[in-house]
Write a protein that binds this ligand. Structure first.
Ligand code: PMP
Length: 403
């Protein structure tokens, strides 16, 4: 991988912050965008823009071809069997809300159970809690050890005849843990229970193959994989999506409407009410083409080396406490240093041009398990370098000396 060449594809990386070169280590929150993604958005607005699907005119047909071509790009990227299994949403959060609402409606009764892990993002907790309030279902939680690895034996013991669905993140946005989701799916299937994989933090970093995983549902956001904001994906096996009721009503999701009765469109349109972000889906497809051209295996290997280097360097800092020491770890490092509050560390690093995230990272139950309020989080992407890790380490050391 030619990192300098890659960095030149991301204009924002060459800007300064407070007169210092930007060191952008907040990729878990959102990634920066390569020129090809931004240009595809401008180009489509300038030269193709028209609403998709129902138009007979040239532009509408061209916009529809681009939009449906993007669906095919997503299908290929995650190796789904059919584009019928690719539902466009606004992001991971909306994908899970859609699923919790529609799956809950069709398949869950009072007293039924959902299994989640202790390291889920709020987006994979609260939609199920809303369902719990509506339907009286129970949440069961897979615990973890102190290294941040899920206890798979205990996971298996959570299944009973009321278990209806499992929701697990593939990579923790706080600990970086890469969970053994393939095995966890096999366990769930042995109990005839489907699984939704939150791939928000895995899709940008490791190859994801829904058929190999045998995932029933899988969700992710475009903006975390170098694509635009406001677009996401819900993958679902066709057999499951066919059995779920629509989530929102409106245009495109119908076949025929009368005041007496409405019939719904076929997949995937049944779940896509209203004008989709057809410009954003083109941006997502460009982003997926971009990482595919570099190679997801190459990206995974490069980031693995970078994360190992960062772990080694950070451990040298006196008072360093790292949260998440799993054997399988992605490119996210959460830490605290001595008694320095995470906000203070983040604010002072910012003054040095280093962007990190601080706080609970939308994973308050995990913070409770760790017995802390928050962490400082550095999260890497394919354009980060060892020099930037060195800048982070030097920055932390400088802040430490001030306390
Ligand atoms: N799940 C995980 C694991 C995440 O890291 C995030 C984003 N921080 C989300 C879900 C929510 O993604 P979005 O805000 O794009 O819907």
């Amino acid at each position: 991988m030619n990192i300098q060449q890659i960095r030149s594809d991301f204009p924002i990386l060459s800007r300064t912050v407070y007169g210092k070169p930007l060191v952008y280590l907040d990729n878990g929150a959102t990634t920066q965008k390569p020129r090809c993604v931004v240009e595809s958005i401008a180009d489509e607005y300038y030269s193709v823009n028209a609403n998709v699907h129902r138009g007979v005119h040239f532009l509408s047909q061209q916009a529809t071809e681009l939009h449906e071509g993007s669906r095919e790009t997503v299908r290929r990227f995650i190796n789904a069997r059919s584009t019928n299994e690719i539902v466009f949403t606004r992001g991971t959060t909306e994908s899970i809300n859609l699923l919790a609402s529609s799956f809950g409606e069709a398949f869950m009764q009072e007293g039924d159970e959902v299994i989640l892990s202790v390291m889920e993002h709020h987006s994979n907790i609260v939609p199920w809690q809303l369902l719990a309030l509506r339907k009286g279902i129970r949440l069961r939680v897979v615990p973890m050890n102190d290294r941040g690895e899920l206890l798979t034996d205990q996971y298996e013991q959570l299944f009973n005849d009321r278990t209806r669905i499992v929701g697990i993140t593939q990579v923790s946005n706080v600990l970086g843990t890469v969970n053994p989701v393939g095995k966890m799916i096999a366990t769930a299937h042995a109990h005839n229970v489907p699984v939704v994989i939150d791939a928000a933090q895995s899709i940008p970093h490791i190859p994801v193959d829904v058929q190999q995983l045998d995932a029933d549902f899988l969700v992710f956001s475009a903006h975390k994989v170098y694509g635009p904001t406001g677009v996401g994906v819900l993958y679902g096996k066709e057999a499951w999506l066919d059995r779920l009721p629509p989530y929102q009503g409106g245009g495109e999701m119908i076949q025929h409407v009368s005041f007496e009765h409405t019939t719904f469109n076929e997949l995937p349109f049944k779940f896509e009410a209203g004008t989709p972000d057809y410009i954003g889906t083109t941006g997502l497809a460009k982003a997926l083409d971009y990482v595919t051209a570099i190679g997801m295996d190459n990206i995974a290997a490069y980031e693995h080396g970078l994360t190992n280097y960062a772990m080694r360097r950070l451990r040298e800092i006196p008072g360093m406490r790292i949260f998440g020491e799993a054997a399988e770890k992605g490119s996210v490092i959460s830490f605290l240093v001595g008694n320095i509050h995470h906000f203070d560390m983040g604010t002072l690093l910012d003054r040095l041009g280093i962007a990190v995230r601080t706080g609970h990272h939308c994973a308050q139950p995990l913070m409770q398990r760790l017995g802390i309020e928050g962490t400082v989080r550095a999260s890497f992407a394919l354009y980060n370098t060892r020099e930037e890790v060195d800048a982070l380490v030097a920055g932390i050391e400088r802040v430490s000396q001030m306390f």
